[in-house]
Design a binder for this molecule. Structure first.
Ligand SMILES: [Zn+2]
Length: 113
């Protein structure tokens, strides 16, 4: 669950303001819905759905376990997507230092979510 304070390659700070990663819950939610729809389609094609038995509820249980197992990767992917929308890619990153975000940080409140 811990995250590097800066990117190990380019030095970009990973937390650029207090509570920066709160928004990743929306990204994670969208990814979860997309994965659920995909797994439902796979389930529908290979196992099928019917109102006469409990196959839909088996899918719900298996999908829930699937999403719980994937949660560490979904969290990381969500954070990566989130920061990629707010920090511009610098073509000359090897020679340019990333922007300083220290005035927007409160170290006492860091990782406080
Ligand atoms: Zn980097």
């Amino acid at each position: 669950m811990t995250m590097n304070r800066t990117c190990t390659v380019c030095g970009q700070p990973t937390e650029i303001e207090v509570g920066f990663y709160y928004g990743t819950s929306y990204v994670s939610y969208a990814l979860t819905i997309a994965l659920s729809v995909a797994s439902l389609i796979v389930w529908w094609v290979f196992i099928g759905l019917s109102v006469n038995d409990n196959r839909f509820f088996y899918w719900m249980g298996i999908n829930a376990v699937f999403l719980i197992i994937l949660q560490p990767w979904l969290m990381r992917l969500s954070r990566s997507l989130w920061i990629s929308w707010f920090v511009r890619y610098d073509r000359d990153w090897k020679h340019t230092k990333p922007g300083d975000a220290s005035e927007r940080l409160n170290l006492d409140q860091g990782t406080n979510w």
